[in-house]
Design a protein around this ligand. Structure first.
Ligand code: HEM
Length: 277
């Protein structure tokens, strides 16, 4: 009897697609955490350490579109306001979507969430300023995907915040996840672009002004694809059909594989070479 029970438990566990969904999601969160921390280390070494040592102007911004510009005090200040909070954003965001931390440390979740959403909105507004007022863009066409990303961030963040205040936690979680994806859109874009170069063994449909067909598609996909996968995930959680959840698991697996390749490619080709110079 006991033997039969344990065999049944093992069978139902192994055949339970919800379990795979859970592990695939956990796997993705872990890879995202590692990837975002590597991005944070890059931003800190490249820009943050100079600011911390008291001479922000000594940061090497020569690899940027415009970077530090002599005489443009306002533009330089906004650039600093754009770059420095990005360190905190990349360090703190993933904590918000880990259920254990939400349950065990609700006060931390609340304060970290307020900080994350506020800095996310700040990043979007300063980014829009840099792109369209300061003129730090490589091309108009190539900036549209990022601009829509910047416009959607405040929208999603305000919704996530309002639903939390109203204690509508289902809606809060949905918009908090979309905020997380949108605020990390620039991180995902780097992952997707570098994966694209890796898979194609170099540029393919890309231009130096990031307005090639592949650049434009990737600039939108970097947040629209994860947002779609998140919606499919929420839908999957309400499903009972094994077939449907198994199909969703394939999407989640795809998301996980893209993220793993992206983190490796962006670290090897972008962040590591930049900070080891
Ligand atoms: C809120 C999330 C965002 C984060 C965490 C973020 C982070 C960063 C980082 C780390 C850089 C330095 C790039 C590098 O050295 O590789 C950067 C540059 C830049 N970002 Fe963002 N960004 C965000 C949103 C945006 C948005 C929404 C826009 C535009 C609508 C934008 C526009 C820019 C521009 C134009 C630069 C280059 C500035 C220059 O070269 O002078 N960012 N961002």
């Amino acid at each position: 009897m006991a033997y039969n029970n344990s065999v049944n438990t093992i069978k139902t566990s192994f055949l339970n697609p919800h379990l795979y969904l859970k592990y695939l999601t956990r796997g993705w969160v872990l890879v995202a955490l590692i990837g975002q921390w590597i991005f944070a280390v890059y931003i800190f070494v490249q820009f943050g350490s100079a600011a911390l040592s008291g001479s922000p102007t000594s940061a090497d911004t020569s690899g940027m579109i415009q970077g530090y510009t002599d005489g443009d005090d306002l533009g330089n200040a906004i650039l600093a306001l754009h770059l420095l909070p990005a360190i905190l954003l990349s360090l703190s965001g993933t904590f918000q979507i880990i259920p254990y931390i939400r349950r065990r440390y609700p006060v931390f979740h609340r304060w970290n969430g307020r900080m994350f959403l506020t800095l996310g909105i700040l990043g979007a507004l300063t980014g829009l300023y840099l792109t369209w007022v300061r003129g730090s863009r490589l091309s108009d066409l190539g900036s549209i995907g990022l601009t829509l990303n910047g416009l959607l961030i405040p929208l999603a963040a305000v919704l996530a915040w309002r639903f939390a205040v109203k204690r509508q936690y289902q809606n809060h979680m949905r918009w908090a996840v979309h905020s997380f994806i949108l605020i990390n859109g620039v991180w995902s874009f780097r992952l997707y672009l570098m994966s694209w170069f890796l898979v194609n063994q170099g540029p393919n449909g890309n231009t130096a002004t990031i307005d090639g067909p592949a650049d434009i598609a990737l600039s939108f996909a970097s947040y629209l694809l994860p947002m779609l996968i998140a919606e499919i995930y929420f839908w999957a959680m309400r499903q009972k059909s094994i077939l449907r959840i198994s199909i969703i698991n394939l999407f989640m697996l795809l998301g996980l594989i893209i993220t793993i390749i992206g983190v490796i490619a962006a670290t090897m080709f972008m962040w590591l070479p930049a900070i080891s110079n």
